[in-house]
Design a protein around this ligand. Structure first.
Ligand code: ZN
Length: 288
């Protein structure tokens, strides 16, 4: 029997098992679901063990457990690390559900239930793919490491610590993140170029009272001006073509014609309106 025939023959069994996982309300954001989260971790660990993974562990953390599994029995072949999560978002508001969130239901050929597409379904696909390969071929064609967490929906804090402390253990030739979507039904899709999030907090302090520009102008920069300059610089670095019009003095010398048209008695500094700063990013000199 080839792989495709085997998987087709297991369809109902696979669906029943996925529904079993979907019935576990492993809501990571709510403490009352802690026992469900732990049940979810056990379910994942037990099923990877049953799928032929000899090394499977449930890793306790400060919040919700991780499941790690590995099958390293393909010497000389690449090692791929698969990531997924077994926790789900809270299902509220419940009145928007056509069928109860933790009672998986098939409608019009689609399976509905919390976590079906994020991310229990994807985790289950990997699980059953590995299990089917083991059963049909007797082994996996590559080395596989699995990391399934229970905190994806609440910030993955424990995952961060675990990865930092287990770099060698998690070392792989490639990482597959199966927490993504498909372009459409029947269109398997590879999402690449995923980006993370960076958070910054900028605190700028300035004078505790208003300072008159005629006395302090130039010597004491305005915090708002500095903040604006910081943002402008950030974007100018990313988008080199973007320039604030007066941010950079022109290096081009004025042509002879323009000079000759200026009234000769007028001082060069009076060419700008009196209230105009002499250099936007320099916050150096104001004429008032
Ligand atoms: Zn997800």
């Amino acid at each position: 029997m080839n792989l495709a025939e085997f998987i087709e023959g297991q369809r109902e069994q696979h669906l029943a098992e996925l529904c079993e996982l979907l019935r576990i309300p492993s809501v990571s954001a709510k403490s009352e679901h802690k026992p469900d989260i732990e049940r979810g971790a056990r379910w994942v660990a037990d099923h990877f063990r049953a799928a032929g993974f000899k090394h499977v562990e449930i890793v306790p953390t400060n919040l919700h457990p991780l499941v790690y599994a590995e099958s390293l029995e393909a010497p000389g072949k690449p090692t791929i690390l698969f990531y997924g999560h077994y926790d789900v978002q809270p299902p509220e508001p419940l009145d928007l559900w056509t069928s109860p969130p933790f009672e998986p239901t098939v409608r019009n050929g689609n399976l509905f239930g919390r976590g079906t597409a994020d991310d229990k379904g994807q985790v289950h696909i990997h699980l059953k793919a590995f299990e089917s390969l083991q059963k049909v071929d007797g082994k996996l064609p590559i080395n596989v490491k699995i990391l399934i967490e229970g905190e994806e929906e609440v910030g993955s804090v424990s995952l961060w610590d675990y990865v930092q402390n287990n770099k060698e253990k998690l070392k792989a030739d490639a990482l597959v993140v199966s927490d993504t979507s498909m372009l459409g039904k029947g269109v398997p899709s590879i999402t690449y170029g995923l980006r993370g999030l960076n958070y910054y907090q900028i605190e700028l302090t300035g004078p505790e009272r208003d300072l008159h520009s005629g006395v302090y102008g130039g010597a004491v920069p305005n915090p708002l001006t500095i903040l604006t300059e910081l943002f402008a610089r950030a974007f100018m670095t990313r988008l080199p073509k973007f320039r604030m019009p007066s941010a950079k003095p022109s290096t081009r010398s004025p042509g002879r014609k323009r000079i000759s048209k200026r009234p000769s008695a007028r001082p060069a500094t009076s060419a700008k309106p009196a209230s105009q700063p002499s250099n936007v990013c320099g916050y150096a000199r104001r004429s008032n």
